[in-house]
Design a protein around this ligand. Sequence first.
Ligand SMILES: [Fe+2]
Length: 301
Amino acid sequence: MPSSNQDLAYLPIDHSLIGEWIVVASTEEFKDKSSVTTRLDRQALTLDKLDQYYQIRFLSSEMQDVPVQTQEAYGFIWLCIGTPNKALFTLEEYDHPQARLVPCGAYGVRTSPLRAVENFLDMAHFPYVHTNILGAEPLTAVKPYQVEHRQNVDELWATECVFTQPLAAPNSQEPQETEYIYRVLSPLNVLLYKINTAASGVIPADVICLFIQPLGETQIRAHLLMVLDDQNSHMTDMVLFQQKIFTQDKPILENHVPLKLPLAARIEIPTRADAMATAYRKWLVDKHWTYGSDLQKEVLA
Ligand SMILES: [Fe+2]
């Protein structure tokens, strides 16, 4: 058994992914079967549902003895190769008995995992990509907001984010100023809190989560989960709402040039509206994270 994650450099899994908690399936996928085959960074793996836990088997001979931990949380199966860099994040709203748990499925997208996270953090695209839903012209300005690195949990938070939205949620009756809080949990996992003024207040805010399963550096499965304070909408309508939003994002993500996130140089000039994206990129560079970016891991070694 290797003594540290450094000793796992021989594995055919990118070094950035070692020690990270990564979603590889949702529990929904096991509704009518006990085994699921999927991929992580080009490596095929099978998940078998046993009585008390999920067993993971990588199919390649090079991955046979890999130290891997698994856990089920928030409706997903997570794995971590090697020693976890930190514990899995906490999401208290998920356990609230009256919160509506809305798994929205997984979407295959030809993009970098980092592009998908950065797009999720970007309010500036609302009026142009989610026109008349999450934004509308002429109200296109992103107002200043606060960004902080919470070092005790190594998460990035953006607070005081406000945007005027025509249709903020499936049960919205009229346009509203919507307040967001963004939370980058780890390089591949992000969520936002959306203060839903139309809600009854059983949880402080709706929660929308994006968990990235990297199939390769420019191919992902994007797993979406919503935890909503909505006692009335049909499950189908809530899922369709989120599907509509995500299918608007997908072609944008797939047409980025380059597909990988530029971290090596300031190729894309940040603006004040990009404060969270800028913090995310800097945080990745500080971690020596290269996967899905234009950085070469040899340069950082
Ligand atoms: Fe979007």
